[in-house]
Structure formats: C-alpha cells, structure tokens
Design a protein around this ligand. Structure first.
Ligand SMILES: *Cc1c(COP(=O)(O)O)cnc(C)c1O
Length: 412
C-alpha cells in the first residue's frame, strides 16, 4: 500500500505560524535562511520573495553585464527571463535525445570560454549528469555554477547532494513547489562576501511588506490549503482549471511576453510566510518519502506493463511525474473521458518564448519535443493505489489497442 499522506500544506502550519511571535534573537527570515543552508549543505542563505528575484539579484550583484549564462532550454521561462532582465545573455542547452535533461554532449557543445555561469537544473528531481558539470568547467575554468533546485529540493546521487560542488543554489517556496512559504525564493551561497552583498542589495532595494500583506497572505494560504485537498484537487482537475486556481505563479510567467520580474518581486518576504516555510521544511523528509513511494510505484508498474519511463541514476524526488507520449492531447482527452486524472505540462521550451523565438526557435529540437509531448501523472499527496493503478492500466490498455498516442515520441 502507498502511504496516505495529508496535503503537504497543513492548516496547522498556517495557523501555527500566524500565532507564533517573532523571536528577538533571530528573525523568522534569518531562521529560515539558516535552516535551508544547513539542510542543503551551504554555509549561507538569503531569502527573497521569489526564486527568480533571488537569481536576478545574484547575477546583478556579481556585476556581470552582457555575459553568457548557460541554462537548459527545457525549463521554466522565469529562469531565462531573470537572466535577460539582469542584462546578461542566455545561452540555451538542448535536452538529450532520450531525456528531458541535457546530457554531457549537450553541455559540452553549449559551453564556451566566455561562459560566465551555468545553471544546472535537476528538473522534476531527476539527478543531472555530474560529468556534464565537469565538462563545462574544463571549457570555462572560472564558470560560476548555480543549481536550480526550485522543484527538486535536494536532488541526490550515490555521492550525496548534487549541488555539493556548486557556488550557489536556488529554491522556490512558491505554491505548487515541494514545500511552500506561500511564495518565497532562497539563494544559498558559499562565499560570505557574496552573502553580505546579497543581503545589502535586498535590504536596500526591497520594500517592507505592509501589515495588510500579512493578512492577505494568511487568507491566500488558507485558500491554497483548501485547493490542494480533496475533494478540491479532483474537482479542480476535472474542470481543467488547475492552472488558474492552484498555480498562480505558473500562470504568471507564461502570460508575459517580456522578460521582467513580478510586480511584487521587490517586497521583502513577510516573517509570517518565513514561519510557514520553517514548519514546512521540518516535514520535508516525510514529503520526499511520500513522493518517492508514489513515483516508485509508477516506475514498477510501468515496467511490469512494458511501458517506458525516463531513466535515472538515483531515485528522483518527483515533484511531478513526467511521461512523454506521441499525442498528448489525444491521451489527455482519452483519460478525461474515462474520468482518470492526468494533466499536461506547460510548454517548457524556452527558445520558443516570444523574447527568444527569433534567434533560437527550431535550434533546440529535443527541448521542443519534450515540451510538446509530456504528460504529468498525478503524484499529489494522498493519492491512493487505486487511483495510481487506474492511471497505469488506462495507459496500458491504450497501448494494447495499438493506439499510437501513447508511444514514446521521437523527433520527426
Ligand atoms: C518555479 C520554478 C522557478 C521559479 O521559482 P519562483 O519562486 O516562482 O520564482 C525556477 N526554476 C524552476 C525549475 C521552477 O520550477
């Protein structure tokens, strides 16, 4: 049996954080920064309103202008937008032919002597090829390596945390991420001077949240708590409105044509939200165990049915469960007719975004392939084995009928 886990956004986190007083010795924001740094093996952390604001601040204070920053083509648009908004240039790295993550080959051919930074993203918690990082360092010895663990939260391999050699790492506490502070982005760095500069920059440029904002975020938190529970999860899914109701952060980024940061990205994180984040972080271990149990279940059952899934060298953390199919719309329509839950992904191919399309579209065929073919198997907390099994058997039956829609896609 799969473990039954309640919604990761527990009402006791929201109310407990609202009732707790600020501690005089260390603010909630500082406590969250220390807790994150300790958990993920970095000496320092600095908290922002969004992960993208943190990345933007990091690139800005290092003082780069018009520098080349490597970043996967298959990723959230916010990352590319934060790079462009900082006055630097994104150089996209295509996905591998057989995986949504770029492989050693792709990293090696994208890296140049002028690459100032590389953003390495263990997307969906799948471990990256560490040899790729080494290959980039060979081409550009002073490259600054940033792990984007916005979703992956401690992606690991046999040697431990994958970000062990990185100069920095970013995490998102947005709604719909592994854990949430109802928004928030953490930047972890190794260099103390960099940490001080990041804090100065943040405290100088960012406005203090008003008391009204804290009240608003408590209300938004309770709303999100309700939206992430049954029966709302299924209802939202059935009405296919998941994106507007439960993932406002995701909706935001795809709707903008220009690389700019969110309007409230220059407000400091309210201490209340940092306390929600602290309570969530305490439960990260249990959350990851539940994700791995559900993901592991899909892996085993898909294999038994002779269906392919993405390979990995170490168990992913699975904030989502990605599976590519030849005809995504066809498969989703079929699932909906049978009232089996499944959803699509946003089109993650950054080179196709309006700002980059002119120079880059068409040049990243593998990222484009994964972007149009991925479905998301339900992996929210509390999903039971009956539902998970219906997903697998619906896929297997489609395949048994000889339906092309479920085939593993290839670049035509
Ligand atoms: C959500 C996400 C981000 C951005 O996080 P925000 O806190 O919303 O700015 C960056 N990278 C990845 C992979 C993400 O999933």
């Amino acid at each position: 049996m799969l473990p039954r886990v309640r919604s990761p956004l527990a009402i006791r986190d929201l109310l407990g954080a609202a009732l707790e007083r600020e501690n005089d010795d260390a603010s909630s924001v500082e406590r969250l920064e220390h807790a994150f740094a300790a958990r993920f093996g970095f000496p320092h952390g600095v908290l922002f309103r969004y992960a993208r604001s943190g990345l933007h601040a990091l690139l800005s204070i290092i003082g780069w202008r018009d520098q080349e920053i490597l970043s996967p083509a298959y990723c959230c648009g916010e990352v590319a937008y934060a790079i462009t908004a900082s006055g630097n240039r994104v150089r996209f790295v295509d996905s591998a032919v057989d995986h949504f993550l770029p492989g050693v080959l792709e990293w090696r051919s994208a890296a140049t002597q002028r690459s100032a930074a590389a953003i390495v993203t263990p997307l969906f918690g799948y471990p990256v090829a560490k040899e790729a990082e080494a290959a980039v360092r060979t081409v550009s010895p002073n490259v600054f390596v940033i792990y984007d663990e916005a979703q992956s939260y401690g992606a690991a391999d046999a040697d431990g945390l994958q970000s062990r050699d990185a100069d920095a790492a970013i995490f998102s506490l947005g709604l719909g991420k592994m854990i949430t502070g109802l928004g928030g982005g953490m930047v972890l760095v190794r260099d103390v001077a960099l940490q001080r500069q990041l804090k100065d920059y943040r405290d100088r440029l960012f406005a203090h949240p008003s008391p009204a904002r804290t009240g608003y975020s408590i209300m938004a938190g309770v709303g999100a708590w309700a939206a992430f529970r049954e029966p709302m999860v299924s209802m939202i899914d059935r009405f296919a409105a998941t994106r507007t109701l439960a993932k406002p952060d995701i909706r935001y980024r795809t709707s903008v044509a220009d690389p700019k940061l969110p309007d409230d990205g220059d407000v400091l994180m309210p201490p209340y939200q940092a306390r929600v984040g602290l309570r969530q972080l305490e439960r990260l271990g249990a959350i990851l165990r539940a994700r791995r149990a559900i993901g592991g279940y899909y892996e085993r059952r898909l294999r038994e049915e002779g269906l392919l899934s993405f390979p990995y060298s170490h168990p992913p953390t699975w904030p989502r469960y990605p599976l590519p199919v030849e005809d995504r719309a066809g498969v989703i329509a079929h699932f909906r007719r049978r009232q089996v839950q499944v959803s699509d992904f946003l089109d993650y191919s950054c080179p196709e975004l309006p700002s980059y399309r002119q120079q880059a579209a068409g040049a990243f065929p593998h990222a484009a392939l994964w972007a149009r073919s991925m479905i998301n198997l339900p992996i929210w907390h509390g999903i039971d084995e009956v539902r998970a099994e219906r997903v697998v058997s619906t896929l297997a039956r489609l395949r048994d009928r000889g339906d092309r829609a479920v085939r593993w896609p290839t670049v035509s």
